[in-house]
Design a protein around this ligand. Structure first.
Ligand code: NAP
Length: 251
């Protein structure tokens, strides 16, 4: 049977996979949650918006006759990944995750690792600093208990409505970013602390490399635990799985 892919997207890896699948003549769709105003145009057809939980995703898989699900969401998109694992298990549609290995500290890094966003909020319960807060728009409100800092925010879309803290510089930009440019940005802003998710991958690593070069400490937020599933780190592994083993092996 000709494969019909559902690529759960929102990452550069998802776009790369969609490009490779389209080049090989595979059909399928890339799905976005709808968090950014203008998602990057995909080489496969795209859809936007939630499925309606696990049951909604199960119904979608059946209606659209999906043969393979590739979870290429961001490592912090824990709910979507859980839903995909449950819906695929219930319907028997094979699932693979295209994931980025987490970053690990290199010599010169000054990381404090915390378990989650709440841990990062607690780590900022300290006297005023200039903080680069790189956690994404949806988590900014959690940092309202620490209004004493001056924040540097880099967001894909301009913020809608007031920010939850009084002092912030907002830069509207989307990756991939460059380490030298991030070093210059942090130097200009007098950044004394970076707060980052451990996203992995190359596109967002610039701020981590820049922090190391400047001797700036980083509060690194660990990833949520993924569900049990098959994982690949390379597009080629996923293509191989689709063409040779996907339907037979499952998770
Ligand atoms: P989440 O908390 O795991 O998902 C919440 C809900 O959003 C899901 O239950 C699902 O709704 C919907 N959803 C999420 N991803 C979707 C997708 N690719 N296609 C259709 N519906 C999706 O995820 P999130 O943290 O809000 O992230 C949303 C998207 O942004 C993800 O696709 C992710 O790749 C991307 N992203 C996330 C981060 C991050 O740090 N979290 C960073 C960069 C990009 P239903 O239950 O209704 O199906």
């Amino acid at each position: 049977m000709r494969p019909t892919l559902l690529v759960l997207g929102g990452t550069m890896e998802a776009t790369a996979l969609a490009r490779a699948a389209a080049e090989r003549g595979m059909s399928g769709v890339v799905s976005f949650a709808g968090r950014v105003a203008r998602p990057l145009r995909q080489p496969l057809p795209q859809r936007v918006g939630g499925f309606g939980g696990v049951e909604g995703l199960e119904a979608y898989l059946k209606t659209e006759r999906i043969t393979h699900v590739i979870d290429a969401t961001h490592p912090f998109a824990a709910q979507m990944s859980r839903n995909a694992a449950l819906a695929c298990a219930a319907t028997g549609v094979p699932l693979i995750a295209l994931t980025r290995p987490p970053w690990t500290p290199a010599p010169g890094d000054r990381w404090t690792c915390v378990a989650d966003i709440a841990g990062a909020v607690s780590a900022l319960d300290r006297p005023r600093l200039h903080v680069m807060l790189a956690v994404g728009r949806m988590h900014l409100a959690a940092f309202a208990p620490n209004p004493q800092h001056r924040y540097l925010l880099r967001l894909v879309d301009p913020p809608v409505g007031p920010l939850p803290f009084p002092e912030a510089e907002v830069i509207v930009d989307r990756g991939p970013f460059d380490a030298a440019a991030d070093r210059a940005l942090m130097a200009r802003c007098g950044t004394e602390l970076v707060v980052s998710k451990n996203s992995g991958g190359a596109g967002a690593y610039a701020k981590i490399a820049a922090a190391r070069a400047l001797g700036v400490p980083v509060v690194m937020i660990d990833r949520p635990e993924p569900p049990a599933r098959r994982e690949a780190h390379e597009v080629s592994e996923v293509l191989d799985w689709i063409s040779h083993a996907g339907a037979a092996l499952g998770v």
